[in-house]
Write a protein that binds this ligand. Structure first.
Ligand code: SAM
Length: 244
């Protein structure tokens, strides 16, 4: 996959992509990243990229000419151009999976009060990383690229690990433990050291269901549960109600 980030702050990206699965995906040639600065598409001496909003009010707005020229300098027929904005569709694991199949992703980072409304005509999608407002789209671009990069084949050593992560399987993930077996009086659940793989798999599935029921019950709406899983959840939730 190739990804181009349109940003006024290319230096922002020094570091985040130098470690973990994103670094691996880049080193393996699975992900090629480039950064394009709209300032390089200005024609005035001050290299102006922002201006006052028509109608007045606080803050500056990113001018449409440098931004559109930057987008068009990298856009090709197979590009998927994504504007990062708090007003976009929520970034989720299914959306990360969808974007991971893009041939060429172009991520447009806004700054200030945002981008001139007319730039929206150049983008295919608008994406938000959550219901809060960042100072710029750069942090959102890091989130999107990291979530997408770890889905590229080979980026994460064990692909089963990605498949069982929260949201990938539709529900939240199970709890994990490592050595030592006892830490500050807290023991690792016996089943995990039993060597019985079927029991471990069942325990993980049940724990994942329990955590999801507690923290994100809406995720269970589309989950197909076996009769025994249904009974397990009812028992657990009943226990919690009784114990307060
Ligand atoms: C200060 S914000 C502008 C917010 C805009 N005035 C609004 O309220 O919708 C500047 C830039 O940060 C980026 N940004 C801020 N929050 C974001 C979010 N939750 N998801 C994606 N991008 C975000 C966008 O690119 C935006 O243009």
């Amino acid at each position: 996959m190739q990804a181009a980030v349109i940003t006024l702050f290319p230096d922002y990206f020094r570091g985040p992509f130098e470690c973990g699965p994103t670094r691996v995906a880049r080193a393996d040639g699975k992900l090629a990243l480039s950064f394009v600065n709209p300032r390089d598409f200005t024609s005035d001496a001050h290299r102006t990229v922002d201006d006052y909003p028509f109608g007045g009010g606080a803050g500056m707005v990113m001018k449409p000419e440098p931004l559109s020229a930057a987008i068009e300098s990298v856009r090709r027929p197979t590009s998927l151009v994504v504007l990062l904005t708090p007003q976009g569709e929520r970034f989720t694991q299914p959306l990360a999976e969808e974007l991971s199949h893009a041939d060429h992703l172009v991520l447009v980072c806004g700054r200030y009060k945002g981008v001139d409304e007319r730039v929206r005509t150049l983008v295919d999608r608008e994406v938000s990383v959550g219901d809060y407002v960042l100072a710029g789209g750069e942090a959102a671009a890091v989130v999107v690229i990291e979530a997408v990069a770890r889905l590229l084949p080979g980026a994460v050593g064990d692909e089963d690990s990605v498949a069982t992560d929260s949201f990938s399987a539709g529900i939240l993930d199970a709890p994990y433990y490592t050595r030592p077996r006892e830490f500050r009086g807290l023991e690792v659940p016996e089943v995990l050291v039993s060597g019985d793989h079927a029991s471990v798999a069942r325990w993980r599935r049940e724990q994942a269901l329990k955590t999801t029921a507690r923290r994100r019950p809406e995720l269970l709406r589309n989950e197909v549960l076996s009769e025994s899983e249904r009974e397990f959840l009812c028992r657990e939730l009943e226990k919690e109600t009784i114990n307060g």
